[in-house]
Design a protein around this ligand. Structure first.
Ligand code: C5P
Length: 253
């Protein structure tokens, strides 16, 4: 089995601040650049569908020019041939983490990984860490059963998707912090678990429902934390980022 984690993204080598990814949840390149430049301490930024569609790949070049790491969160879901082409193109951008949906199936995931591997070898670029979304946290147990007609509880479905993702050789999954402990029992330490839905005790939960604190999520075995509004909506974003890093470092020592 191949783990697509690149050397530079090996979990053990990461410091706490390198494990915190801040989402650029803004609609324009100008707003994104203001945020990036106001938080020079943040080394890892997430570009999602809204910003990528509105600002285009130039946003990725701006991040590269600032020597930042990029989590390109496009949640790809298509036929294998299209997944392969999209993953090869994302590899050419030099992104560090790329997301796709596990429900695209084994063939789609395998095609995506092979294409990224071939492109990184051909262009002498690092292989992105490719992680799969197991189940959108917006899908309730009821919707899974009655709309999607999946005869499994969400926890069992998430584990099934994560194990399939690992069998194919991808590097990790995106999951709720509440799922980390269970997944860690079945998956090796170098299989990345990327968690949004994380909230410090001192921050508002906003619209996130079942949260853990950053320290709890890392202690449970999360690899990366995606933390937005507790930092970006804080009156002092730099201090909020530092406080989260300090709390995590204390908990992990
Ligand atoms: O501001 P907040 O910390 O809630 O931001 C979390 C980020 O993670 C947002 O970009 C959100 O879209 C993303 N995300 C999430 N839940 C998921 C998948 C992604 O909150 N299940």
């Amino acid at each position: 089995m191949t783990i697509s984690t690149t050397d530079s993204l090996t979990v053990n080598a990461l410091t706490v601040d390198q494990r915190i990814i801040v989402p650029l949840d803004v609609p324009t390149a100008e707003a994104a650049l203001r945020l990036i430049d106001s938080l020079p301490q943040v080394s890892f930024w997430k570009v999602g569908l809204e910003l990528f569609i509105s600002a285009g790949p130039g946003m990725l070049q701006e991040l590269k020019a600032r020597d930042k790491r990029i989590f390109l969160d496009l949640k790809l879901h298509d036929i294998p041939n299209t997944m392969a082409g999209a993953c090869a193109a994302a590899t050419r951008y030099g992104v560090d983490i790329l997301t796709l949906h596990a429900s695209a199936g084994q063939m789609g995931l395998a095609a995506a990984l092979s294409a990224a591997q071939a492109e990184s070898a051909a262009q002498n670029l690092p292989l992105p860490l490719i992680v799969a979304v197991t189940l959108l946290t917006s899908i309730s147990a009821e919707a899974l059963a009655t709309e999607l007609r999946v005869p499994l509880k969400p926890e069992a479905y998430v584990l099934q998707m994560a194990q399939m993702t690992q069998d194919v050789g991808l590097g990790g999954v995106v999951c709720s912090p509440q799922e980390v402990s269970q997944l860690r029992r079945f998956l090796p330490p170098d299989f990345a678990l990327v968690c949004p839905g994380v909230r410090p005790t001192w921050a508002s939960t906003n619209d996130q429902q079942r949260t853990l604190t950053p320290a709890q999520a890392l202690q449970a075995g999360a690899t990366y934390l995606v933390i937005g509004r507790p930092i970006t909506a804080s009156p002092d974003p730099a201090a909020a980022f530092q406080r989260i890093c300090d709390e995590c470092a204390t908990a992990l020592n």
